[in-house]
Design a protein around this ligand. Structure first.
Ligand SMILES: Nc1nc2c(c(=O)[nH]1)N[C@@H](CN(C=O)c1ccc(C(=O)N[C@@H](CCC(=O)O)C(=O)O)cc1)CN2
Ligand SMILES: NCC(=O)N[C@@H]1O[C@H](COP(=O)([O-])[O-])[C@@H](O)[C@H]1O
Length: 209
């Protein structure tokens, strides 16, 4: 049995993905605990939800720092001070540069099938709107390791869904979010069970022993 993995969860908005992790942990479907929550915005529903649930919750504004490095260092300190072992970007909308213990232990969930519809400007409903405008027949979500660029780290888990011609961007969002709710706990479990390593920019996943 692996020890419970301590997560540092980074958010910027409603915290729906954070809540999904909380629910997975509470129901025993995910062997992890939330060590702290860090938000890039102070007045968002995610902060209220995290505080109401009793998690140590912090707001760190990008505007208070000169560059991404300073901003990221402030976040890394909070994560380290709370004993986080894996940083999880869960709807986090700023560049975070993982360093120290988080250099290869920071993941992001993106609501599209990377390398499509990703990078700067692609976040939240903008992604689903763009997928709809191209009349894509499939979409999905991607969990990847975080490197210094938006959405470019090695892919860890992807899940896809069919899009029907009558689906609206909101329908796509709903379908993709359902996939996200499974994909992120799955990826976290790979870290918790020590079944993932990174080599030459690729992820290598070993089967459950
Ligand atoms: N170093 C990394 N940082 C972040 C990554 C990453 O892969 N490497 N992923 C993003 C999450 N992301 C999508 O998954 C994403 C988030 C936001 C943006 C974006 O264009 N942001 C806007 C600012 C929006 C705002 O503050 O309201 C911008 O940069 O102008 C793109 C992709 C998290 N960080
Ligand atoms: N590019 C990153 C991105 O678009 N992330 C999206 O934000 C959602 C959570 O937002 P919320 O915390 O506002 O509910 C995540 O589930 C993901 O789809």
């Amino acid at each position: 049995m692996n020890a419970t993995l301590r997560l540092g969860v980074l958010i910027s908005g409603g915290g729906t993905t954070f809540l999904n992790l909380h629910e997975h942990i509470q129901s025993g479907r995910l062997n992890a605990e939330i060590a702290c929550v860090v938000s890039s915005r102070r007045k968002v529903a995610g902060v209220t939800r995290a505080r109401d649930l009793g998690y140590p919750t912090f707001a760190v504004a990008r505007s208070k720092y000169e560059d991404d490095a300073g901003f990221s260092a402030a976040i890394t300190k909070i994560l380290s001070d709370h004993g986080a072992e894996l940083a999880v970007l869960a709807g986090f909308l700023k560049i975070y540069l993982p360093s120290g213990p988080f250099a290869q232990r920071c993941i992001n969930i993106h609501p599209a099938l990377i390398p499509a519809f990703c990078g700067k400007g692609f976040y939240g409903n903008r992604v689903h709107q763009a997928v709809w405008e191209r009349s894509c027949k499939i979409s999905g979500c991607t969990v990847h390791l975080v490197n210094e660029h938006y959405d470019e780290g090695p892919i860890i888990v992807q899940k896809s869904c069919t899009i029907h011609d009558q689906d609206s961007p909101e329908d796509i969002r709903r379908k993709v979010f359902e996939l996200e709710c499974e994909a992120l706990p799955e990826a976290i479990t790979l870290f918790a069970e020590d079944r993932i390593r990174f080599e030459a920019g690729r992820s290598i996943i070993s089967p459950r022993s």
